[in-house]
Design a protein around this ligand. Structure first.
Ligand code: SAH
Length: 237
């Protein structure tokens, strides 16, 4: 049972507060919290605070929070994954896995061979899935899920100093962040293509923008498997 609740704007110094209406309802009717119960609040920016419940109704759960501590539980490297998102349960599981793996930012990537356009409703759903995954895994910083971007838009954002750009493409080079250059990368952006793969034009554009093709071995993976493999390597555990 999770006893972690997301509260944007958690008061850093602690104090008296209420859970938002949906969270209050969930805590009161599903989790059946009671006065005196202890739970953990996190703000999605890296802070968490212990809190004690002081009153419970179906509409409002009130608490007294202790001062917050900064404990983001992030990886040593900032990773952005731009992914040609699958649909339905496959997308949900992908968002859960990437949140658990501490990916900083997920950008739904629209490719020439993408079979569908990501809707605002799908985006909102994935954002809720990411919050739930943060509750479950103890992560205190939310994974940002950005508006969908085309390959051209993603490549059009120049790589920052110390940032590596990879695109997963069968036959690409070895994926080893620490072997690239003398200075180890502080941030990585990785693109994962659709089931039909990146087109030759997209591959040429990515190379021209300074991105490196990386290969994941001889087998061809589904998008979500490829994304998890890349996430683990890029984060540099
Ligand atoms: N038929 C496509 C593969 C699509 S798999 C092709 O041959 O290109 C979906 C995406 O997962 C790919 O676009 C790529 O980004 C990634 N991927 C899957 N298996 C991979 C592998 N062995 N090496 C590199 N990337 C891979």
């Amino acid at each position: 049972m999770t006893s972690r609740y997301h509260l944007a704007g958690l008061p850093i110094g602690g104090g008296s507060l209420s859970l938002p209406p949906a969270e209050s309802h969930h805590a009161a009717t599903v989790m059946r919290v009671r006065c005196g119960d202890r739970l953990t609040l996190f703000d999605g920016q890296g802070h968490e605070a212990e809190a004690t419940i002081v009153s419970v109704s179906k509409r409002e759960v009130r608490l007294t929070a202790e001062p917050a501590v900064y404990r983001p539980r992030e990886n040593r490297r900032a990773v952005t994954l731009a992914v040609a998102m699958p649909k339905g349960d496959r997308a949900r599981e992908l968002v859960e896995r990437l949140t658990e793996l501490g990916i900083d930012r997920l950008v739904p990537l629209h490719c020439e061979r993408s079979p569908w356009a990501v809707s605002a409703a799908a985006l909102a759903k994935w954002q809720r899935v990411a919050v739930e995954a943060c509750k479950q895994c103890g992560r205190n910083r939310l994974m940002e899920i950005e508006e969908p971007q085309s390959v051209a838009e993603q490549l059009g954002r120049p790589l920052a100093d110390g940032e590596i750009g990879w695109f997963a493409h069968p036959g690409g080079g070895e994926m080893n962040a620490d072997s690239l250059g003398e200075r180890s990368a502080t941030a990585i952006r990785v693109a994962i293509g659709p089931e039909g793969g990146f087109t030759e034009g997209e591959v040429a554009a990515a190379r021209a923008a300074g991105w490196t093709p990386v290969g994941l071995g001889e087998r061809i993976y589904r998008i979500e498997t490829a994304a998890v493999i890349v996430a683990i390597h890029a984060a540099g555990f």
